[in-house]
Design a protein around this ligand. Sequence first.
Ligand code: URA
Length: 280
Amino acid sequence: MRSSAIVADPRKRWFQLQSELGGDEVIFDAPISELNTAPRPAGSGTTPPPASPTAPRPATRYAPGDEPAWLVGAPPIPGPGIAVRSPQADLGVASQEETLTAIAAAVAGCSRCPLGEGRTQTVPGEGDPAAGLMVIGEGPGEQEDLSGRPFVGRAGALLDKMLESIEAPRPTVFIANVVKCRPPRNRAPLPDERAACLPYLHRQIALIRPKVLLALGATAAEAMLGVKKPLGSLRLQVHSYDGIPLVVTYHPAALLRNPNWKRPAWDDVRIARQLLDLGE
Ligand code: URA
């Protein structure tokens, strides 16, 4: 990965993030001269061509020529995928009085599965309780287990960049995992472990009621949608979790291993970001 120190100039910062997220073809989606992120008067400026000039794009809040940089060349919002109902909605467990803090406290004392025996700290999740975007990962790794915070390792640094690039920086989102305790040697959580822990996630979603859910990787996608399918077959659809649009993309750890997936992941997060705009 080409990485360098964080730069202050917003235009340079944009190019740096694009470089780290997807390579030259992302940087050069439009001529550099047209990618001016400096503030422009409404209605002015140039409009770089969309990825497919024939693809329909829903109305956005942006005037032509004033689209944010992340929208330039973004794929249109795809059609519907799988629709699931939240078991929480059926059970009505998330009461008005329950809070995210109470859920975190319940997680801290949890012994519902063997993962609790090996944990240093539980990782209940964190972020804006009124977040429009909720990001769902697999489970804590070593750094997360030590700190009690989600996505603080290398994958987390990449996730932060992805979020920053779509102008949904980390403090504005809520990040949680399918399991709240670290699986040994970072293996994927087993079906029983997921099943034991998922009620916490369902309750978090029921309390936050985000506008958009972003599932990172196969574990999160399968847990949310209740299906076992290759990740690639779940991308490029807008699934529905209890009426909340849900987008599936690669896990940042997978992107670190396979940089070729950064470009499709960049498209996925831009789809999620467009849905966020539509929900506001
Ligand atoms: N990977 C995850 O899925 N979640 C984390 O919190 C960290 C790494």
